[in-house]
Design a protein around this ligand. Sequence first.
Ligand SMILES: [Zn+2]
Length: 255
Amino acid sequence: MTDDAIWQPLRVELARWADANRCARFWLRDDDAVRPTDALERLLALGNAHGVPLTLAVIPAHTGAALAVRLDDEDGVTVVVHGWSHENHAPENEKKQELGPHRPREVVLGQLREGRELIEDIFLRRYVPILVPPWNRIDPLLVQALPGLGFEALSVFGPVKAKHAAFLPVINTHVDLMDWHDTRGCRDHGELAAAIVKELQQRFAGGDEPIGILSHHLVHDQSAWAFLHDLFKMIAETPGARWVSPPELMVSPQD
Ligand SMILES: [Zn+2]
């Protein structure tokens, strides 16, 4: 397929939104930042070039002032809390989890509290109190404690689950650029565009949840950068969609 054929279904869907005078909302969550790197520079440059607000899920235990200094003038960047140290505590035969039921509850919650406070201290006005659990997994029994630790929203992957939304607002991601199981590179562009079309179609039929695109700048191959570039460009060119940032979503999560 040519590039154009790959993107055509998404172009058509966005035109349908525009024709209906509707504007779909997208947000970009990029995980695992801890310090300034060449890959982060590339992400920031790409976001700035297309006016895309970026949400960086930063790992508290491994970050520091260097990243805060680098982000100081980046007005489009929001920083949220990515667990504590991104360590797996699940046994080898289970899916990876830092925030699972494998350790005493007080220990996990203590780290989450410390992580949130640390990110707030380091990133100040850039920080928004959203928890992004490493590997997008959290023990449901921990979720009810999150508001008490100062978190105002949770962000994982996929459709919003009632066992999360019962306790705090949930702002999820829905389309993950990377193929973690097979190539560990970017997924096929046609497959990604089709996944975005599917999310848009669900929302057109009813519902206005923002569509979360999930990226991991530290492991992007050329194909992942190319996909982000093409997506940013396409959304910039249509009145049928726009990018939003967490501060905007936190003010009016229901809109
Ligand atoms: Zn992560």
